[in-house]
Design a protein around this ligand. Structure first.
Ligand code: TRP
Length: 417
């Protein structure tokens, strides 16, 4: 059912395994060993799945170019629920990625009815957080990026209404601007390759965004002039919609290649070398030469109160600019995996893996694996009671926020919207 992972739905309780097998998302597990010095979100199963992330691991390991992009809808203040993607972007930049952040103000305006004025205010807050976390690279708002809007229009030539209804469940009542915000997101994901040249692109997102990723991968493929495939003993370059001169150029590049109606066959050359060359020729003839973008999918931290985390449920999360006493109250009244009585908890131990307070530590507040393991052990053994644990957790939150605020002050001047 396409509704299962509709990006705008309120319930984020998706059955990951079912979605994975249904839509062909790969589990991240086998790749984690290849990631040098993996951060917590890879070590702890926070990122669960991917599409073509191998390509990004290769680029990181071999120090070849790659891009990283994600987007934020400025429909409210940034809060805990946005932190992970921000960290993922920054980490990839630190590993050599060329960084991009899209402010999805078109989406916020079209889908959430947020005024442009408010969009600008919220956008500044997101950017301040990102720079404070160490982001370097390009940021833009969808509504003011002309190249992006042209790219969205070009991408729109490859998408029809039945694609949109199949992917998103759009109906006769869906607003045209909503459809436009979808194609703008497609353009966001392809934008780094237009701005800085074709390269593998990683888009870290929550699993709810996968429909956009699927659509973009399809569009990226359709926008290519050629497909390049390994055949028995030769590489075949097939024109999808290339100008005839572009196919001739490929033929001329490889002495001894054979040109047929709509394709050129090349012997004695490695597939990857041909792919690179074809991409260059495609660009020379006005094409895009896109790499199909890669993605990773993370799970969501539950809300502090136990339900889902959402800006529309204030007690489920905290914003980074909220007064300390309010944040303290939220952390101290978080739901825990504790038992009904102290006696029972001492006897049976707590249940850390379904405890929002523990997960707050696991996601964000405790970087050291041994320290986290000790918290889990003490909880399971009934040595650590919820009150004490939450108090310690709040101390970590406090320290985290102090540092975050100092950094935000330092980077204020970088924020431009
Ligand atoms: N739709 C995303 C959200 O709801 C925001 C977004 C816009 C985005 N453009 C993007 C995410 C590009 C990833 C890549 O949060």
């Amino acid at each position: 059912m396409p509704e299962d992972i509709n990006p705008w739905s309120n319930h984020r309780a998706v059955d990951t395994e079912k979605v994975f097998s249904e839509f062909g998302i790969e589990p991240i597990g086998p790749l984690v060993d290849r990631i040098p010095d993996p951060p917590a979100f890879f070590r702890r199963g926070i990122v669960v799945g991917h599409r073509d992330y191998d390509r990004i691991v290769d680029a990181m390991v071999h120090h070849t170019p790659f891009h990283v992009l994600s987007g934020f809808m400025p429909s409210g203040h940034p809060h805990l629920g946005h932190l992970l993607v921000m960290q993922e972007i920054v980490w990839h930049v630190q590993r050599g990625g060329c960084g991009y952040v899209a402010i999805a103000d078109r989406e916020a305006h079209a889908v959430r009815n947020i005024s442009w004025e408010k969009c600008r205010e919220y956008a500044a807050e997101y950017l301040r957080c990102l720079y404070a976390l160490g982001f370097q690279g390009t940021t833009y708002a969808q509504s003011t990026n002309g190249v992006l809007k042209d790219l969205a229009f070009e991408a729109a030539t490859r998408v029809n209404f039945s694609d949109l209804s199949a992917i998103y469940g759009f109906s006769q009542e869906t607003g045209l601007a909503h459809a436009m915000s979808v194609i703008t997101q497609v353009a966001d994901i392809l934008y780094p390759q237009v701005d800085a040249g074709p390269a593998p692109t990683i888009v870290p997102v929550g699993i709810d965004q996968d429909p956009h990723i699927r659509l973009t991968r399809d569009v990226a493929h359709k926008m290519r002039m050629f497909t390049v495939e390994q055949r028995e003993g030769y590489v075949s370059v097939r024109s999808k919609n290339a100008p005839p001169e572009a196919l001739n150029a490929i033929h001329r590049t490889y002495a001894g290649s054979k040109k047929y109606e709509g394709h050129v066959d090349i012997r004695g050359v490695a597939l990857d070398a041909v792919k690179d060359r074809v991409r260059c020729i495609e660009r020379e003839f006005g094409g895009y030469g896109f790499f199909t973008p890669s993605s990773t999918y993370h799970t969501f931290m539950p809300g502090l109160q136990g339900g889902k985390m959402s800006s529309s449920i204030p007690e489920s999360s905290f914003g980074f600019d909220e007064p300390e006493k309010d944040i303290k109250k939220k952390v101290m009244s978080a739901l825990t995996g504790g038992r009904v009585s102290l006696e029972e908890q001492t006897r049976l131990g707590g249940e850390p893996d379904r405890c929002p307070a523990f997960l707050l530590n696991l996601f964000f507040m405790v970087d050291d694996d041994a320290e986290l393991e000790e918290i889990r052990r003490a909880c399971l053994a009934g040595d650590l009671m919820c009150g004490a644990c939450k108090k310690e957790t709040f101390e970590r939150v406090k320290e985290f926020l102090q540092e975050f605020h100092e950094k935000m002050d330092e980077v204020e001047h970088l924020v431009e919207v």
